[in-house]
Ligand binder design. Structure first.
Ligand code: CUA
Length: 259
């Protein structure tokens, strides 16, 4: 099990160990099934060879063992699904952190060909309006800075900054085609679908720099649709956040109207 886990990416979120555990378990089960059915196949090749059975029998096998094995395998799979996989999944998708909780970091992530745009609501906690009509080379997310809620919004491209040990709630969407938000170290993967805002959450628990990989073939530039996620200590994150806000203040005044 340990050698198995050594091949996985680093575990950098609180639920990563659980996901890995399930992956390992599934692989063991598949190994048992593979060996079991493989042996059975070889046995059948020998047992029903033409030399010993010159005339084909159409009645089929009558033994109880094969039926018993089939039922046992199906039963084990049902048990795994009902008592292990579904509860584990329910824990991931039911217990979403509350958006109004001050401890939760809320961020919008917008995928497009071929980059990731991040939008932080700023101190007011409200996301400013975005409009596809406002999208330009400098304004990839199409934020409307005339909207009062948008004035304090931090926008970054291909760089997601997050504090360690705090729940993160991502609202994931896409401007064009289906992309997939893949954070391997966080064991997070969710498709970004145009016309939908899909919530994703996790708790990063390891400071460091990781990759955001687009995990759906989304066009010619798919290979370079790569962002970074930086997990910082609370102090470093606050410093970054405050610097961004400071930078934003004069800019918001200097460009009062959108084109
Ligand atoms: Cu976006 Cu692949």
């Amino acid at each position: 099990m340990q050698t198995f886990l050594a091949m996985f990416p680093k575990q950098a979120s609180t639920h990563a160990a659980e996901v890995d555990q399930m992956t390992v378990l599934v692989h063991w089960l598949m190994l048992v099934l593979f060996v079991g059915w493989g042996l059975f196949f070889i046995f059948v090749l020998f047992r029903f060879r033409r030399g010993a059975n010159p005339k084909a029998s159409y009645t089929g096998a009558k033994g109880k063992i094969s039926k018993g094995l089939e039922v046992a395998v199906a039963l084990i799979e049902v048990l795994l699904l009902v008592f292990y996989a579904i509860p584990a999944w329910a824990k991931r998708v039911k217990a979403f952190p509350s958006e109004s909780d001050a401890g939760v970091v809320v961020v919008r992530v917008v995928a497009h060909q071929f980059a990731w745009e991040m939008q932080y609501p700023g101190p007011d906690g409200k996301f400013g309006r975005t409009d596809p009509k406002l999208v330009t080379a400098e304004n990839n997310i199409g934020i409307d800075r005339t909207d009062p809620n948008a004035k304090d919004d931090i926008v970054t491209t291909n760089q997601l900054m997050l504090p360690v040990d705090r729940p993160v709630l991502v609202h994931l969407s896409s401007q064009d085609v289906i992309h997939s938000f893949g954070l391997y170290e966080m064991r997070v993967k969710q498709d970004a679908i145009p016309g939908m805002s899909i919530p994703v959450w996790f708790i990063p628990n390891r400071v460091g720099e990781y990759e955001i990989a687009c995990s759906q073939l989304c066009g010619l530039g798919h290979f370079r649709m790569r962002g970074f996620i930086t997990i910082q200590s609370a102090a470093d994150y606050k410093k970054w956040y405050d610097d961004q806000e400071k930078e934003l203040q004069p800019a918001a005044v200097a460009t009062p109207t959108a084109p």
